[in-house]
Structure formats: C-alpha cells, structure tokens
Design a protein around this ligand. Structure first.
Ligand SMILES: Cc1cc2nc3c(=O)[nH]c(=O)nc-3n(C[C@H](O)[C@H](O)[C@H](O)COP(=O)(O)OP(=O)(O)OC[C@H]3O[C@@H](n4cnc5c(N)ncnc54)[C@H](O)[C@@H]3O)c2cc1C
Length: 493
C-alpha cells in the first residue's frame, strides 16, 4: 500500500481483454512460467472486448477456428466453416483465458479503468480505478495496452421526426420486442457488416416485411466462397489469402487505389450493387448477399442526414438534398460505422522509447487487425526484438479519413512489409502457432506454393512495399513509416 492506494506487482500488465489483449496474453504465456504473474485489466465486466455488448444477432464473419488467441482450439464441436454466434464467441474467449491460466498466474481486474502509466527504474506503474473510486497501482516489468479497435456500442441516431422509432442494434434486438410486434417498414442506415447482419436477420425473421437500406457509397466484402470455401472444396477451390495479397501487392503502387479496388471487387468481392466502393476487410458469402439483395425493398445509395415531419408527411432527408416520404411508425436502425475515434485515444507509438510499454491501437498500427498486432507485438516484446525492428506504423484513422479508397490496400502493403521483417527475426514457431492466419484454412498441399513463394521473394517484396508505403507518406502526408525520432526506441536513435 502507498498511503491508501493498493499496489500489485506482476511481470506484465495487459489492459484490454478483447481479441488483441488475449493474443498478447497468449504470446506472454509462451515466455513466462507458472510462478510468474500477469494482471489483465478491462473496464468491461468480463473478457471479450466489444463482443460483450455488441448486438445479439452478430455472427463471426470468418470461420470460427481462425478467431482465437494464438493456436487455442475451439471446443464448439461444429463444422470448421460454421459462423459462431455472439454467445459462442464469448464462451471461446473464456475458454482461451482458462487455457492460458494453466501456463501462467493470471489476476483479472474486470470493471477497472486504466488511467495512466509512468516508467521509472525499469518498472512501469499503471494506475487503474474501479467504478466505486478504488485505485490500484500495478507495478510491472512490461505493460501492453491492447485498446484495439476501441469499439463502443452505437447509440440510436438523433432524428427530428416524432413519428418514427430510432433504435440501435446494440440496445434493440431486431428479432424481438416492439419491433417484432410492429409490421412497419424498417430503414437500415449503413451498408457495412452490421447493416448486412441486420438486414439478414430482418429478412429471414419476417419474410415479406418491408426492409430498406441507406448504404452511402456502398460497401463490398470479400466473398467467403472465393477466399474461404467450405468442406472438401478447400482442396481445389478458392484462393489462399497469401496469394491474393501477393497479387494485390504487385498491383498497388500507393496511388492507384481505384484501379486495385475495381480489380479486387471484380475478382474476389461480393456486394449488393456493383458500384459499392467502400471495403473494410469484411467477409460475406454469396448466399448471404443473395438473400439480402432479394429481400430488400429499396437500396438507397446516399447518406442519411435526418428524418423530419413536414406538411403532414414524414421524410428521410439525404446528404445529396434528396428526400423520401416514408410511413409513420417506421423503424430507423443505426448501423453506421462502429470503429469510432472518440478522441479518447490520441496518437501513441506502438512501443515506448524504453521498449517496456506496447500499445495496440489504430493510430500506430503495424498490421491490419489488432488481434495480429497483439500476437506479434507480444512475441517481439518478450523476445526483446521490438526495439530493433524498423517496423512501419500507419495511422489507420488518418488513412481511412484521407484515403478511403486506398485504405485496405495500404494495410495489405503494411502487412507484407512488417510480416517480412518479423519473419526474419522470430523463431519459426511464432508463425506456426498463429491460429489467426487465414492461410491455414487450406490444407498444407494448397499452401505450399504460396509458402515457397513467400520464402523466396519476401525480402524483395518488402522493399517494394516499403516504397509503396513511403509514397503514401510523401504524397498524402499520412503518418506511414518508421517511428519518428521523437518516439523511436532508444536502441534505434
Ligand atoms: C459489429 C462488429 C462486428 C465485427 N465482427 C467481426 C468478425 O466477425 N470478425 C472479426 O475478425 N472482427 C470483427 N469485428 C472487428 C472486431 O472489433 C475485432 O475483431 C475484435 O473483436 C476487436 O478486438 P480488440 O481487442 O481489437 O478490441 P476490443 O474488443 O474493443 O477490446 C478492447 C478492450 O480494451 C478495453 N479498454 C480500452 N481502454 C481501456 C482502459 N483505459 N481501461 C480499461 N480497459 C480499456 C475495452 O473495454 C475493450 O474491452 C467486428 C467489429 C464490429 C464493430
């Protein structure tokens, strides 16, 4: 105790118990022994991150075995291609914690908010506070802040009309309650994964009901059938993601996002409309796409601004200035983007100058998805390599905002660049134990050509991707490159 403040000590403190934090925890457990301790802190009440309070009818968009911590296997006993439900995902999170607890001591601080950290004499002190005001200071050799995508529940859209129901899927299960009792039309606002899940739920739950979507510029998805075919088809059909990434890497030069988008959408994509041009790495099957396309009454390619009561009618007002009269009593479901940047997370480098604090956040992304960042940064931290590798970081937020079309292809370039560096500096088991790897969907004989190509060409490709990333930085002024001197770990300055 310092005064009335409790002090806990451990080898590593991890903030964030989502998929990113659990992968960092998995990596840590590979280096720590049973008498060493990890403290896991999360402001949510349990493990699972955003899955704890996301809408109830969400389905995992990739086959469930590839959504895990490290190589921990699912115990669901369902076909590999099965898309897990929210409850099943949460159960698996708990299972991962139970498995890891067999290797290392783990103390959980759920319901605790991490507030700040300070480093002195090789120790990091993390101050955390409970809702009732209690404070604990965690003293650790290392701190991993796994904020990841920082997803929080969506609120209903604020609308002027008094004649409509404005709801959010996170608080209104569209399959139950008042929306079920009513047969009024539903207007889904948004065209991404949540919109697709919501449309699918409504269309299959209430055949014949009027369901509409306001999809902005439209989102396209990777076709699950083309990238992750199910059953025996894995032996001859589909294209391993590594091969797709290599094809993409050869096409993208840092400036030609529209051209690469057109190729990717035509070759591997699926969407409700051919002009959909937003791609945020989501996956959808052709069957889901067909069901939604057939069940939607209207697909409006515009942005929702407001709903107003005017001269006896109720109208949707769009960004283009267009309006659409709709039936009073209709439901407006907010499925606009989640990956919010509330300003709570200012820029922070993925590793602190001392090398003791790792931050898995979108402002300093070193890979495309936080789960991968948790996994690889966790390993690099414990292998003591994190300070030496000249990894590139990308500010996701800035990239998405300034270069929405180039966004996914820049992330692929980043992945190819950084994974090549990581591959050269970690033991091969680190890659072998990475259960998140989409490549592992395919049987080994189908992966071998891609593996051989990677081993032969990745250094040359790394140079090419470095030039692509430098172009993005130089041409568009986006934070995209090695850590700046101000933040670079002491070993590299
Ligand atoms: C609707 C929706 C559906 C999705 N579906 C899929 C899918 O099917 N497949 C897929 O791969 N991805 C999906 N994603 C992306 C998904 O968000 C990630 O896959 C993943 O679950 C995010 O995990 P994370 O660990 O990065 O972040 P989070 O799950 O957000 O976890 C971060 C944790 O850190 C905690 N935290 C943050 N700051 C603090 C603090 N200061 N103190 C204490 N705790 C803190 C938060 O409480 C949170 O629990 C989806 C996203 C959304 C929004």
């Amino acid at each position: 105790m310092i005064g009335s403040t409790r002090v806990e000590t451990c080898d590593v403190c991890i903030v964030g118990a989502g998929i990113a934090g659990l992968n960092a925890l998995f990596a840590a457990s590979r280096y720590l022994s049973r008498d060493q301790k990890v403290i896991l802190v999360d402001r949510r009440a349990r493990v699972g991150g955003m899955w704890v309070d996301v809408y109830p009818y969400v389905r995992l968009h990739q086959p469930h075995p590839m959504f895990t911590a490290g190589n921990i296997e699912w115990t669901l006993g369902k076909d590999r291609s099965y898309l897990a439900t929210k409850g099943e995902v949460l159960d698996h999170f708990q299972h991962c914690v139970d498995v890891i607890r067999e290797r290392v001591q783990l103390d959980e601080y759920f319901g605790w908010d991490f507030e700040s950290e300070e480093e002195a004499n090789g120790i990091v002190r993390a101050t955390c506070r409970a809702a009732d005001g209690r404070v604990v200071v965690v003293e650790a050799k290392r701190l991993i802040k796994a904020y990841g995508l920082a997803v929080t529940p969506n609120e209903p859209l604020q609308i002027s009309s008094k004649r409509l129901h404005s709801v959010s899927p996170d608080y209104c299960d569209v399959r139950a309650g008042d929306i079920r009792k009513s047969d009024a039309p539903v207007w889904i606002i948004g065209g991404g994964k949540t919109a697709m899940d919501t449309a699918h739920a409504l269309i299959t739950e209430y055949p014949g009901r009027e369901v509409n979507m306001v999809a902005g510029r439209g989102t396209f998805f990777s076709s699950r059938d083309k990238l992750l075919p199910s059953g025996a088809e894995r032996w001859w059909n589909g294209k391993p993601l590594g091969t797709v990434a290599a094809e993409m890497g050869r096409r993208f030069d840092g400036t030609n996002g529209a051209e690469v988008r057109d190729w990717f959408r035509a070759t591997y994509g699926t969407s409700l409309t051919p002009q959909a041009d937003n791609f945020v790495l989501g996956v959808l099957s052709e069957a889901e796409n067909r069901t939604i396309a057939a069940g939607l009454n209207r697909l409006v390619m515009d942005y929702f601004e407001d709903a107003v009561d005017r001269n006896g009618t109720t109208e949707l007002v769009f960004r283009s200035g267009a309006t659409k009269a709709i039936q009073p009593g209709s439901w407006i479901v907010n499925c606009t983007g989640y990956v919010g940047f509330t300003g709570e997370y200012p820029y922070e480098p993925y590793v602190s100058p001392s090398g003791a604090v790792v931050s898995i956040n979108l402002r300093s992304s070193i890979l495309h998805l936080p789960a991968f960042m948790g996994y690889f940064l966790g390993h690099l931290l414990f292998l003591d390599k994190i300070k030496d590798l000249p990894l590139y970081e990308v500010d996701w937020q800035e990239l998405k905002h300034k270069l929405p079309t180039e966004f996914p292809y820049v992330l692929f370039a980043l992945v190819q660049h950084n994974l090549s560096l990581i591959y050269d500096s970690v033991p091969v088991r680190v890659f072998n134990e990475n259960g998140l790897d989409f490549e592992k969907w395919y049987p080994l004989p189908r992966r071998l050509p891609g593996l051989a190509r990677f081993m032969l060409t990745h250094r040359r490709e790394r140079e090419r991707q470095r030039r692509v990333l430098d172009t993005v930085h130089d041409r568009f002024g986006i934070r995209c490159g090695p850590l700046s001197e101000e933040y670079a770990p002491s070993a590299r300055t």
